[in-house]
Design a protein around this ligand. Structure first.
Ligand code: PMV
Length: 332
């Protein structure tokens, strides 16, 4: 599968971004990139990445071209190493990755990009891996990418095995079973100053609340999973906001503090709360950055989008439905 001739093994894949309703923050193993707590996410249809992988004897080292520019290949290499090991090949790869969403919109692309990479690299190396194995490979690059292997609702387990073999994502529910919408409010286009990896290390080493976060995570996850499976928006929304605010409380109490928000982030939070009071139901969540994602029923998305778009500092809004699983786009 994916062979393009004697000088290379090539394949391409598409994966969609995701946002966590129950967040993870912190690693139980940094080298193997294993999260300290489980998480539950939704995959987003409108935000996707297409990634092509070519293994070639002509390359000295892995190369990454991201949205047309050369970029550090470190995370990609962690995924490629695992694929090379499984396939028993010793070739470097060229990875060409393009996001379908505006470059520089401040939207993270590591989840979609590294999930697409895992799918494409496995095919290019001639491997037929299960979704679980692909999820483990994607997790090596970026833990949130493990969830983007799946469409709809996905859960990533932290597991307990030292080698990370039980830290994979699986689908909780397909998108069709609860077709929600998400409004993304973009409030800043510059990349974040502290990466998630760096931020998590700093938090686990300095926030007095970190141990409590890890201890309370399994119960919070059980509660959210039950609310999702019951398709209870009020409960799912309340628990989503609580997980987001708990994670940002960890960030605020890190030394030096991690404050990813800006004034528009807070304005959107307030507006979502006011809209809810007026009967327009939406719930916010925020990752390691200033953008706000609002989860709602599809028939509320337009009203919510129009309302947050008028706030000062909101530069753009994108509305999306839940997305499908990662998949190969080419198998020559
Ligand atoms: O796995 P990373 O490096 O993409 O970090 C993800 C961290 C959060 O987005 C803040 C939380 C999450 O569970 O996605």
């Amino acid at each position: 599968m994916g062979r393009t001739g004697q000088d290379g093994l090539t394949a391409s894949a598409i994966a969609h971004s995701n946002i966590a309703l129950a967040k993870y923050w912190g690693k139980r193993d940094s080298r193997l990139n294993i999260p300290a707590v489980g998480s539950i996410s939704i995959t987003l249809d409108a935000l996707s990445t297409e990634t092509a992988v070519s293994f070639s004897p002509d390359l000295q080292a892995d190369e990454l071209v991201l949205n047309g520019g050369s970029a550090p290949a470190q995370k990609a290499s962690r995924v490629l190493d695992l694929i090379r090991e499984r396939a028993g090949i010793d070739l470097a790869a060229r990875v060409v990755s393009n996001n379908n969403f505006p470059t520089g919109a401040g939207l993270a692309s590591s989840a979609s990009g590294l999930a697409a990479l895992a799918v494409a690299a496995a095919a290019a190396a001639g491997l037929e891996l299960s979704s679980r194995e692909l999820s483990i490979a994607a997790r090596r690059g970026s833990a949130s990418a493990a969830r983007s292997i799946f469409g709809g609702f996905a859960e990533l387990h932290s597991g307990s095995a030292a080698d990370g073999s039980d830290s994979f994502a699986e689908q909780l529910m397909p998108a069709e079973d609860w077709p929600l919408s998400v409004v993304v409010a973009i409030t800043q286009t510059e990349p974040k100053s502290v990466s998630s990896t760096e931020g998590m290390l700093s938090t686990s080493g300095s926030s007095p609340f970190y141990d409590a976060w890890v201890e309370s995570a399994p119960a919070a996850l059980d509660e959210l999973r039950a609310a999702v499976l019951a398709r209870d928006l009020e409960k799912t929304g309340a628990l989503t906001e609580r997980s987001c605010l708990a994670m940002h409380s960890l960030m605020f109490t890190t030394s030096p503090p991690l404050i990813y928000w800006n004034p528009a982030t807070v304005a959107v939070i307030r507006r979502v709360t006011e809209l809810r009071r007026d009967g327009i139901e939406g719930y916010f969540t925020i990752d390691a950055g200033p953008q706000v994602k609002i989860i709602c029923e599809p028939d509320r998305a337009e009203q919510i989008s129009a309302s947050v778009a008028e706030l000062p500092g909101v530069l753009q809004t994108i509305t999306t439905r839940l997305g499908p699983a990662a998949r190969l786009v080419q198998s020559p």
